[in-house]
Write a protein that binds this ligand. Structure first.
Ligand SMILES: Cc1cc2nc3c(=O)[nH]c(=O)nc-3n(C[C@H](O)[C@H](O)[C@H](O)COP(=O)(O)OP(=O)(O)OC[C@H]3O[C@@H](n4cnc5c(N)ncnc54)[C@H](O)[C@@H]3O)c2cc1C
Length: 450
């Protein structure tokens, strides 16, 4: 089938926009429909870790100058992966591979910034204020999407890239369910100043840090430093990056500035009240401070200096893997089909992998090598396998049914884990191997995003 077809994407998130770029670059007709009312609507600026797998997918789909802008808009790359106790003592610290390879380096990007990058160049393709409500598959093989404002759009393929509550999935696969893991997270941000910086050690300021505490309380810390501030591109940012940033229109819409970000999590049963019902940032902050009284004063100071307007809660949910379904002119990608816990930091990376893989298959179908349905079946077969494997793997990290949550056994398990990691921490060759395994598992030095 050497044919032209039109793709409708529901959702201008990480995966949907990456796919739109790939299709546009290949000359395939594509339109994106997003429920947010404007370009700056809807998103909190938390940190998303982009792995080599994610970067490879972006490189494949984005025009090359936009990929360079993506790299230039990332925060300074993390140099360490640290595990600490709640008393701020080091359990393990791995040195991460950093260098000048734009794909193989682990990256930190603000979600808001990534969205602004991905919207760049798609101004004529992304339609805001279009809340998808339902679709109809027509007798001629096309599909029509309907929106809340009474309008509709038709194409040959509908892609639900509409996130974990996906209305496309609910219609296509009504039996696919999301499950609560029993874990709730509270996150917040504070600007980087001399005072806040002094609360972090050199390795914590320059790394990704996990705190594993008794009662299965956990916390993650990141310091995000960008190449721009309130006055525009910072002094000292060199040639190419400064030039790219000064020409990038997305900067106009992006209010991201250097920040320290923390995310605290615990079993829902451990919170004195349900955080999901509390909207007041100050109250949520007091809740975290109340639950961390035995923690190091510097960590607690960091919680207390956080801007209450940045504090948010996340109910950690996960997809329940399902069997493959009959392929049709409606498909799914990203969180819409495989929502996963943030435990492994691969939700966005898997959405990007889906986008690159689907794009590749659609280019093959357009070239006449296979039918559209055959291309979609191949995409779905692969995506269901790696997507649900990632779901299962991520759940192991965040689930209140694990041994860490049992009162006595949990303490013993934590102590054993810390002892094992401290031993590794004193054995440089083992540490090096662990760091290499970590970056390999995130796709470093692989040939393709498949
Ligand atoms: C605190 C936190 C930290 C995270 N950290 C990481 C990390 O470090 N690394 C990582 O890989 N992942 C991370 N993730 C996960 C990651 O953010 C998601 O997996 C990723 O954004 C999913 O991309 P997506 O394109 O599938 O969906 P989304 O990016 O959620 O996009 C869905 C889009 O669809 C739109 N939409 C929804 N309903 C409709 C409708 N009815 N009509 C039209 N549009 C609609 C939404 O407005 C949204 O724009 C994190 C998540 C959280 C909560």
């Amino acid at each position: 089938m050497k044919d032209q077809f039109k793709v409708l994407i529901i959702g201008a998130g990480t995966g949907g926009l990456c796919l739109a770029h790939g299709l546009k670059k290949a000359g395939i007709q594509v339109e994106v429909y997003e429920r947010d009312r404007t370009r700056t609507g809807g998103l909190q600026g938390y940190r998303v870790g982009i792995s080599p797998d994610g970067s490879r997918a972006l490189k494949e789909c984005l025009p090359s100058e936009l990929f360079d802008i993506f790299v230039a808009t990332c925060a300074r790359a993390p140099k360490f992966f640290n595990m600490l106790t709640e008393r701020y003592s080091e359990v393990l610290s791995l040195e991460l591979e950093t260098g000048h390879d734009p794909v193989n380096e682990e990256k930190s990007v603000s979600r808001m910034t990534l969205r602004q990058v991905l919207l760049t160049g798609l101004e004529d393709i992304v339609h805001f204020d279009k809340k998808f409500t339902r679709y109809e598959q027509n007798e001629d093989g096309t599909v029509t999407a309907f929106f809340e404002d009474g309008t509709s759009a038709s194409g040959n393929l509908l892609v639900g890239a509409d996130g974990s509550n996906s209305p496309v999935r609910k219609q296509l696969l009504p039996h696919a369910k999301l499950e609560e893991t029993g874990i709730i997270s509270i996150g917040g941000k504070l600007p980087i100043t001399e005072e806040t910086k002094s609360l972090l050690t050199h390795k914590v300021f320059n790394g990704i840090t996990m705190i594993m505490a008794p009662k299965a309380y956990g916390c993650i810390l990141h310091a995000m430093e960008f190449k721009w501030d309130h006055g525009g591109v910072k002094n000292g940012i060199g040639g190419n990056d400064a030039e790219l940033l000064s020409r990038w229109p997305g900067l106009l819409y992006d209010n991201t500035r250097d920040y320290i970000m923390w995310g605290f999590w615990a079993s829902r049963r451990s919170f004195p009240a349900n955080p999901l019902e509390i909207k007041d940032g100050e109250q949520l902050k007091r809740m975290v401070l109340g639950m961390t009284e035995s923690w190091d004063p510097k960590l607690r100071k960091m919680f207390s200096l956080s801007d209450p307007t940045t504090i948010f809660t996340v109910n950690i949910r996960t997809s329940v893997p399902i069997e493959p379904w009959p392929t049709s002119s409606v498909t799914l990608l990203g969180d819409a089909i495989h929502t996963m816990t943030p435990g492994r930091g691969i939700g966005a990376n898997t959405a990007l992998r889906d986008a690159a893989s689907l794009c590749r298959k659609l280019i093959e179908a357009r070239g006449g090598g296979k039918s559209l349905i055959q291309a979609l079946r191949e995409y779905e077969t692969e995506m269901i396998k790696y997507g649900f494997e990632a779901v299962i793997d991520s759940r192991k990290q965040m689930d209140d049914n694990t041994v860490m949550h049992k009162p006595v056994v949990g303490r013993i398990a934590l102590a054993c884990m810390r002892t094992g990691m401290r031993m590794v921490n004193h054995l440089p060759p083992l540490k090096k191997k662990m760091a290499a395994n970590l970056s390999h598992s995130r796709g470093a030095n692989r040939e393709s995003s498949d």
